[in-house]
Each structure stands twice: as C-alpha cells, then as structure tokens.
Design a protein around this ligand. Sequence first.
Ligand SMILES: [Zn+2]
Length: 233
Amino acid sequence: MKMPAPQKLLALLAAVGLFAGCQTSRPLVATAQNAASQAATTPAEALARLKAGNERFAANHLLTRDLAAQRVATAGGQYPFAVVLSCLDSRTSAELIFDQGIGDVFNARVAGNILNDDILGSMEFACKAAGAKLIAVVGHSKCGAVKGACGSVELGHLTGLLQRIQPAVAAVPPGADPTSTTRVDAVARENVKLAMRQIRERSPILAELIRGGKVGLVGGLHDLESGRVAFFE
Ligand SMILES: [Zn+2]
C-alpha cells in the first residue's frame, strides 16, 4: 500500500529524529584544553587519556566533538597534554587512533617514526615551551619504512632516513626471511625503544624534564588490524 505524502514525511522525520537521538547519546565534547587543564594534568594522567582514547577508537565508540567550538576556543592559544611521534603511514594519525580533538596533542609524523634533530627540537618546544606532559613514541605493525630498512631499500632521500632505523634492524636476528612480518614488527618495537633512548641521550632539556617527573616518556606499538596500541616504558 502506498503511504500518503504527509505520513511519509512524518515517517522520515521520525527516522531522522531517531538517528539524531542515537548520535547525541554519545558524550559531546565541546571544551578544549586550556592553560588550567594542562597545568593540572600529570604525566600519568596524560598517558591514561591516550589509553582511554585508544580504547574508544578500537571499540569504535568515538566521542562526538564540537570541532567548531574547539577551533574557536583554541584559536588564541594551545595547551596540548602530550606530544606523539608516529609514522607517516596514512593509518596512524594520532588524533584518530587516540580519539583526540583540536588542541589536544602535538603530532610529529615521519616515515618509520624516526628521531632527528628537527623532531627533537619540536619535542623540546612541545614540552619545555608549550607545556606538554607526555612524550609518546608510537610505531605500528606492518610498517613499510621498517620493512624497507629490513630489506636495505635504497631510494633517493629515503635511503638516509632508513639508515636511522638500522640500529633497530641490527638488534633483531634476520632469521630465514629478513623482511617477514614477525621480524618487521619486532624491529618496529626496537625502533621505538631506539627513539626513546635517543630522546634521553640527545636532549638534555627533555632528559631533565623526564628525570624530574615533569614529563613522561612512553613507547607504544599500534596494531593496524585491532587498532589497539600496546604501551611500554
Ligand atoms: Zn610506518
């Protein structure tokens, strides 16, 4: 039986209303980090926020954010609680995998999440000048850059970048297949630990903040399939 037009419209409105109701049942985050909330955050709390955000991402229960309100609130200044170094990989954006909004985290991204002087300078800015409480170095499974380093790939400027991963490659026995997924993931973990060591060794500014407990330093491995990040100290 054909539905009369007004009834059709009512049915449509009800469906839209129901859909909107579902959406607003999720917590709405309109506020953004400010100076007070950043100052009140400890390194342990900053890590807990990343872990909780990653749980939401993995479960596909993302917060509903008012990005326009966050944009306006942060236009005059930013007070992120963490700085994340992660891979260039299109599946590893920190804001997505940790379910964060505008002004929440600094995110440095480069193939293979390697550390260099420019990234170190960016971290020093994030922590010493801009007050971030946590440095998280986050690698991921099936990393193309790490695989390239395992296979000694050479290509233009990428050659020099992959060289920085070689100490991590050397730390994992090659086995029968040097570029097997198991080995690449093991090297990715070593590569995160390498960057963590380099942060302490090469930046007196960050080392002092970490020693004094003002800033935390953690590593993490992001599993592309589950979306979960396994953290380690
Ligand atoms: Zn990668």
